[in-house]
Design a protein around this ligand. Structure first.
Ligand SMILES: [Ca+2]
Ligand SMILES: [Ca+2]
Length: 226
């Protein structure tokens, strides 16, 4: 029995060491390399996000060339996401015109049957990315960010209405209407900020800590883009 108790205590201690509730000291990803895989947990990833003031000076939406057709198959990034995320595949016609199909909009729990009712949302908005690091990137890097098909969490097909209510807002000012999706949204937000080496403002960091306290500290794996 004593051995079991000691073992249990040791296991508990190990868990405490490896899965801290939000640590009080912040860590940073010291050596970043594009293409590197990161395996962490939601809480650790939030703790590792560098906190910095944000600055929108100079932002124009055209600073991010978006909806390109990188693989030259006739479908731009927006259409690629709509096709990939359809719950019932649409017919793809000339010039990648979409007909029929069905989509689930996770932000507001809606099923939509017309591609025109959907927007493809940059989960971390372009303006938010600009504010938190992308203003220092090259135009090509911003284009890659705006068309990030390598990371399924980066672009999400949602109802146009929910996307327009979100606009450029970060997690402090906007959360999906569907409460059951919020933990996923916060984890995805953290994953994208980490993937691209973006900072968070203090209010955003506080919001992430506060709201994810009610979320499971799930494993978070991602690939660094820069
Ligand atoms: Ca394409
Ligand atoms: Ca922010």
């Amino acid at each position: 029995m004593r051995i079991h108790a000691a073992l249990a205590a040791a296991v508990a201690a190990t868990l405490l060491l490896t899965l801290p509730a939000h640590a009080t000291t912040r860590t940073t990803v010291a050596h970043r390399a594009a293409g590197e895989s990161v395996s962490t947990t939601l809480y650790e990833a939030i703790d590792a996000l560098p906190v910095a003031d944000e600055d929108r000076t100079g932002y124009v939406r055209t600073a991010f060339r978006h909806w390109v057709d990188a693989d030259k198959d006739g479908c731009d990034t927006r259409k690629e996401v709509l096709i990939a995320e359809a719950t019932e595949a649409p017919m793809v016609g000339a010039k990648c015109a979409l007909a029929g199909g069905e989509w689930f909009s996770p932000y507001d729990d809606l099923v939509l049957q017309d591609a025109r009712l959907l927007d493809v949302d940059h989960l971390v908005p372009l303006a938010e990315a600009w504010d938190s690091g992308a203003s220092n990137w090259s135009a090509k890097e911003r284009e890659t960010y705006a068309n990030d098909l390598d990371e399924p969490r980066a672009l999400v097909a949602v109802s146009a209405r929910s996307n327009r209510s979100k606009a450029d807002k970060d997690v402090t000012d906007w959360l999906p209407l569907a409460a059951s999706y919020r933990c996923t949204y916060l984890a995805d937000w953290t994953a994208i900020k980490t993937r691209w080496g973006l900072t968070v403002d203090q209010a955003e960091a506080d919001t992430l800590h506060r709201l994810t306290a009610d979320c499971p500290n799930e494993p978070l794996t991602l690939t660094l883009a820069r």
